[in-house]
Each structure stands twice: as structure tokens, then as C-alpha cells.
Design a protein around this ligand. Structure first.
Ligand SMILES: [Zn+2]
Length: 64
């Protein structure tokens, strides 16, 4: 398991910023699928890479 926290590599994971797994507390998730919801929201189904717990996140595009 990699725990590298390189700033440039980590940029890709910025989407998940502030999101922690409730079971194991890790911040690394696979995105199982992404779907466009109402109001331009993005619905993402994520799975914890560590313990496999799944959760749904809603992301709202900012700057519009
Ligand atoms: Zn977890």
C-alpha cells in the first residue's frame, strides 16, 4: 500500500479532498461510476481502496 503524498500526484485526488472513509479513515477511493444528476451535479459512487466500503458523493461544479 502506497502512502506517498506527493503534491503533484495528489492533485488528481483533490476531488476527494475532505472525504474520509468512515470505516478506516483512509482517503483513497476508487470511483466506481460517475453519473450526471439533476442540477448539473455529479454523482460519484466510490469504493474505499482499503476496506472496500462504498459511499456516494455528490459534487457540484463550482464557478458557475
Ligand atoms: Zn475504508
Amino acid at each position: 500500500m502506497m502512502v506517498t503524498l506527493g503534491s503533484s500526484r495528489d492533485a488528481k485526488l483533490k476531488v476527494a479532498c475532505g472525504l474520509n472513509c468512515r470505516s478506516c479513515g483512509c482517503r483513497h477511493f476508487w470511483v466506481v461510476y460517475t453519473r450526471r444528476g439533476w442540477g448539473g451535479k455529479l454523482i460519484r459512487r466510490r469504493e474505499c481502496r482499503h476496506c472496500g466500503k462504498r459511499m456516494t458523493t455528490w459534487e457540484k461544479p463550482v464557478g458557475r
